[in-house]
Write a protein that binds this ligand. Structure first.
Ligand code: NDP
Length: 385
């Protein structure tokens, strides 16, 4: 999704980077990546939600021009405060690339503002596109910004697509590890605990996306994200389970040829590629790929009956309007309640389905109506905890 920006500074100098959510899993990965690319990028802005201690360590290590803490105590003098810090960090003149590593719909306004300001957005915060994919495209078109995905699946698709037009693409095939419950039957799934759900087999990630990976709601978010990023209809986006997480996704072209992108499971490469796309640079820090060691690579169909959140999300994507925002908000709220021990694992998908039935047809043509649908879905799920 691009309004035409290249991400390069007109003067050819170093590019300024803002990391929204620098204290999280993707945020800290991004700093590791940037540590090896100091000749090319400089970190000019960092934000966190409430982890002031880690943010202070990062300020000492990187000396950014701007630091923002959204909530909580422990801020240093000079730090920006409040939810507006995200937009202020994302729209600074010295920022060329915004890595949006916020979790949830809270990252929406910063993505829109960055696109409107002509920035490259290296987008990990997939919820932004699910809630407001059309608004993001419009903001990019108006302001000249562009989105380059950080999600490994979408990074893979971007790399497989090359310069091909979407009309040459038959199908996007998004791979899913299957999560910790890939082989669990319905009776065992009913007993799944928080610790079970957080125990992802191939990726180490933040808590919310770990639960999303266990319910497969994450794959639904990714299908919707792919629809908006690559402009393909939902009937040409498929999901296949691939437990090894080595094939990050595939593109089938109209002539039947299938191009896949492979690599060891590490977020460092997709983060780096989102910064340098379309260029490739050395010293990614990623271990070299050994096909023999990676063998065997296997693929399975999705068990939709065991993981209904995936179907709910794809149906919401197809319905359009506010339905994807309702899906996302119901999921965010249900995951928070599950993590607080106030909901069972199975309740997450059930509440999402109920929230879509109740609020999925709400209007979703602008930011205000999408946020109203988001709020209605959250309240609906909270009332049923
Ligand atoms: P984490 O929970 O590890 O980190 C979230 C970051 O956002 C933290 O810095 C946190 O600050 C900050 N944050 C949380 N809520 C708010 C808020 N309301 N306002 C401002 N800042 C906030 O998440 P992940 O890094 O795992 O995921 C981030 C995004 O990337 C998600 O959208 C996820 O789906 C996506 N993603 C993650 C992958 C991974 O490997 N982790 C892979 C692919 C995509 P604080 O630390 O102070 O709480």
């Amino acid at each position: 999704m691009s309004g035409g920006a290249t991400g390069a500074r007109p003067d050819g100098g170093m590019q300024g980077v803002a990391i929204l959510g620098s204290t999280g899993s993707i945020g800290t990965t991004a700093l590791r990546v940037l540590d090896r690319q100091r000749a090319r990028f400089r970190v000019v802005a960092l934000t966190a939600h409430e982890n002031a201690a880690l943010l202070a360590e990062q300020e000492d290590a990187w000396a950014p021009a701007y630091v923002g803490l959204v909530a909580g105590g422990g801020a240093r003098p000079g730090w920006d405060r409040g939810a507006g810090a995200l937009v202020r960090a994302a729209t600074r003149d010295d920022v060329d690339v915004v890595i949006n590593a916020i979790v949830g719909a809270a990252g929406l306004d910063a993505t829109l503002a960055a696109l409107e300001s002509g920035k490259r957005v290296a987008l990990a915060n997939k919820e932004t596109l699910v809630v407001a994919g059309e608004l993001a495209a419009a903001a990019a078109a108006r302001g000249g910004g562009e989105i380059v995905p950080v999600d490994s699946e979408h990074s893979a698709i971007l790399q497989c697509m090359g310069d091909h037009d979407p009309s040459e693409v038959q199908r996007l095939i998004i791979t899913a590890s299957g999560g910790p419950f890939r082989t669990w039957d319905a009776a065992r799934l009913a007993t799944a605990t928080r610790a079970d759900a957080l125990n992802h087999p191939t990726w180490s990630m933040g808590r919310k996306i770990s639960i999303d990976s266990a319910t497969l709601a994450n794959k639904a978010l990714e299908v919707i994200e792919a629809h908006f990023l690559f402009g393909l209809p939902y009937d040409r986006i498929e999901v296949v389970v691939h437990p090894q997480s080595v094939v990050h996704s595939m593109v089938e072209f109209v002539d039947g040829s299938v191009v896949a992108q492979l690599g060891v499971p590490s977020m460092e490469l997709p983060v780096l590629y989102a910064l340098t796309h379309p260029e490739r640079v050395a010293d990614s820090g990623v271990p070299r790929f050994d096909p023999v060691q990676a063998s065997p690579l296997t693929f399975e169909p999705v068990r939709h009956d065991a993981f209904p959140a995936l179907g709910h999300g794809i149906a919401a994507g197809r319905a359009g309007g506010a339905a994807p925002a309702v899906f996302n908000a119901a999921n965010e709220q249900a995951v928070a309640l599950f993590l607080e021990g106030r909901m069972t694992f199975g309740d997450i998908a059930t509440r999402i389905g109920e929230a879509l039935d109740a609020h999925g047809a709400m209007p979703g043509h602008d930011r205000a109506s999408l946020l109203a649908a988001d709020a209605a879905a959250r309240a609906f799920v909270r009332e049923r905890a």
